[in-house]
Write a protein that binds this ligand. Structure first.
Ligand SMILES: O=C(O)COP(=O)(O)O
Ligand SMILES: [Mg+2]
Length: 234
């Protein structure tokens, strides 16, 4: 049996407007009560994830900032494989570029971030990617559908999943990962089972072993029932 579930948050256990899907919360609680470890993996900040873990009912094991940070349990050591300095330097270049076009970039949660930089989707990510390419900036741009993130190369939810699995004494092959976006691709590839919910873009669906019929949180619940049938057989 898959010993752990690693799930994305926005777009996977929420709806399109980011409201949590209550059936998805119930499904997570069923897994937790059955002794399955549940890891929440998001582009969001540690403090946001901590509140979410408490209210959903997980043990506080998280991957945050798209793999820039991760931690085992609420009291575990916060690991920071990300490189915020590099991300901030790239952000300054993008900020200047878009300011020159009269667009101000709106940072998200800057004071709460340890590893990456996130900002509002008020620009075309492809245009930002072109700037990164042209200026040879050593970063990646991730569009999660909810925010745009700047990440250091070699850092992803997938790399964090591998490191976290080691800390948990598990193999990534014993884990199932569920996601909805390009920031989930690496973790879908590295997990034993990778599931994309229906609303995921083509690239993320291709990276997955299975794509749900339903979208957003409904797809998530469908995936949990498919891969943990014994827990939902009543
Ligand atoms: O923070 C975001 O941009 C989206 O977060 P997610 O990884 O939970 O979808
Ligand atoms: Mg998502």
């Amino acid at each position: 049996m898959l010993k752990a579930l690693v799930t994305d948050v926005d777009g996977t256990i929420t709806d399109r407007r980011r409201r949590i899907n209550t059936a998805a919360v119930e499904a997570v609680r069923t897994l937790v009560d059955a002794g399955i470890e549940v890891v929440l993996a998001s582009g969001n900040t540690v403090c946001f994830m901590d509140g979410l873990c408490k209210m959903v009912g997980t043990d506080g094991t998280i991957i945050g900032e798209n793999g820039g940070v991760y931690r085992r349990g609420f009291s575990g050591t916060l690991r920071i494989p990300g490189d915020q300095k590099t991300c901030l330097a790239a952000f300054e270049v993008l900020n200047d570029y878009f300011a020159g076009k009269g667009v101000e970039l709106e940072l998200f949660g800057a004071q709460y971030r340890f590893a990456d930089v996130a900002f509002a989707r008020t620009i075309d990510p492809e245009e930002a990617r072109a700037v990164i390419r042209d200026r040879h900036l050593p970063v990646r741009l991730l569009d999660t559908g909810f925010a745009i993130h700047i990440q250091a190369p070699g850092v992803s939810k997938g790399t964090a999943l591998v490191e976290l699995a080691r800390e948990m004494g598990l193999s990534p092959s014993e884990m199932m990962a569920v996601g909805d976006s390009e920031n989930d691709i690496e973790m879908l590839e590295v997990a034993g089972i990778g599931v994309a919910v229906r609303n995921a873009p083509e690239q993320a669906r291709t990276a997955a072993d299975w794509v749900t019929g339903g979208a957003y949180g409904d797809g998530f619940v469908e995936a949990i029932k498919k891969y943990y049938p014994d827990l939902f057989s009543r």
